[in-house]
Design a protein around this ligand. Structure first.
Ligand code: NAG
Ligand code: NAG
Ligand code: NAG
Ligand code: NAG
Ligand code: NAG
Ligand code: NAG
Ligand code: NAG
Length: 339
């Protein structure tokens, strides 16, 4: 009976609603819909001293790791550290760690990038799903402020040691994007200066946009804050709060090759949303070595962009080479590119 109902619904629903609607009301929504009213309390003084900071000097083939409390001192103590290089800082999301695919992609991307150091954070002691998916996510959200604060303190330490904020580029994926908001704020509180740029790749949605939008990653927390939306309304936020908000491919919500026919949006929903969410990292990282790939158009709505009604509007480069002089809502497509 249940199966029959499901089958009928699959057919009927699929005809009554668009694919996007199915994904909107499908299992992901159900799975994550319990995730409003999360704990964002800033008075818990949670200990995050177990965060690990990995420092990469690829030119010298040198890798070091420090606990976050010792990281600024440790990095500044590195022999012949060139403080005028660019410091690229990456913060990943929920259930990630230094040995994951995402972190490896980031290392591969910047391995041959000149005049820069790479720093990758591992906050996995506080953001894993060892206690289960939902419980783990709630716990991670509770830690966002404290992890962000610790990152901000570390960057302030680097700044006080002579590394210029204008050389700091922070990149965060998912929960990492939200963490960087707190890091940027803490950095301002301590130094009265701003980090050069925060790039938030599909900043986490659940527990944020439906709960505390005012506390999300937003403009003002760095000299320039850019957000890329790849799974808006699924794992990513729908909030438009940055200096520039890029909507990638279909509505900034669905990425190519991420649906699983023949019934997209029902059984495949979680896998498909996760695929779109993660594509944000792949797309942005691909832009590092392809400066001309992603030309974005300023546009109010996806429909207008798709119909070509925004083709005469202001454009800018999306991704690593974004010159940082445009603001507002922008759309781009990755059609024709392999990443
Ligand atoms: C936040 O945490 C503090 C310390 O545990 C507690 O006293 C306070 O009631 C909490 N605030 C909220 C809004 O839950
Ligand atoms: C971190 O550094 C220590 C030595 O200081 C090393 O033993 C350990 O393997 C390193 N951990 C990782 C994950 O690189
Ligand atoms: C330090 O880095 C800057 C920027 O990449 C470079 O121009 C300069 O030559 C470097 N200095 C040394 C001593 O290598
Ligand atoms: C920065 O300072 C403001 C004002 O004192 C405070 O409300 C905020 O919580 C601080 N931010 C962080 C990340 O500590
Ligand atoms: C998507 O799938 C098509 C057909 O298999 C393939 O040609 C294309 O490269 C894929 N695109 C991406 C971004 O993976
Ligand atoms: C883009 O161009 C269209 C058509 O000219 C116009 O209606 C719209 O207001 C423009 N949008 C932005 C954000 O500039
Ligand atoms: C979009 O462009 C098409 C033709 O290119 C035009 O017919 C339509 O009126 C435009 N829509 C808007 C909202 O400007």
């Amino acid at each position: 009976m249940k199966t029959l109902w499901l089958f009928v619904c699959m057919w009927a629903c699929a005809h009554a609603l668009g694919r996007g609607d199915l994904e909107k009301y499908g299992p992901v929504r159900l799975k994550l819909s319990g995730l409003n009213k999360c704990d964002h309390n800033r008075s818990l003084n949670l200990d995050v001293s177990g965060i690990n900071v990995h420092f990469y000097d690829f030119q010298k083939n040198d890798v070091k790791n420090f606990t976050i409390g010792n990281a600024a001192k440790g990095i500044l103590g590195i022999k012949k550290l060139n403080k005028t290089k660019k410091f690229i800082i990456f913060v990943a999301g929920f259930t990630s760690n230094i040995n994951d695919k995402t972190e490896e992609k980031v290392r591969q991307t910047f391995r041959n990038f000149p005049n820069s150091y790479l720093i990758i954070l591992d906050h996995s002691p506080y953001t894993n799903d060892k206690e289960g998916y939902e419980k783990g996510y709630r716990r991670s959200v509770k830690y966002v402020h404290y992890i962000g604060k610790a990152v901000g303190q570390m960057l302030a330490g680097l700044s006080q040691g002579g590394i210029f904020p204008k050389n700091m580029h922070c990149i965060g994926f998912s929960l990492g994007g939200q963490i960087l908001g707190h890091a940027g704020e803490m950095f301002i509180n301590i130094t009265r200066q701003k980090i050069w740029r925060i790039t938030a790749l599909d900043p986490a949605g659940p527990c944020f946009y439906n709960d505390f939008p005012a506390l999300e990653i937003r403009s003002g927390l760095a000299q320039y804050v850019e957000v890329y939306h790849c799974n808006a309304g699924g794992f990513g936020t729908t909030s438009v709060l940055a200096d520039i908000d890029f909507f990638v491919n279909r509505k900034g919500a669905f990425q190519p090759n991420c649906s699983t026919p023949p019934i997209p949006g029902i059984y495949s929903s979680i896998t498909s949303n996760r695929c779109s969410h993660r594509a944000c990292v792949d797309i942005w990282m691909a832009s590092v070595s392809h400066p001309t790939w992603f030309l974005a158009k300023k546009c109010d709505k996806y429909r207008d962009f798709k119909n070509g009604n925004c083709s005469q509007n202001v454009s800018t480069i999306a991704g690593f080479w974004n010159p940082g002089n445009a603001a507002g809502k922008f759309y781009f497509s990755t059609k024709g590119y392999e990443y």
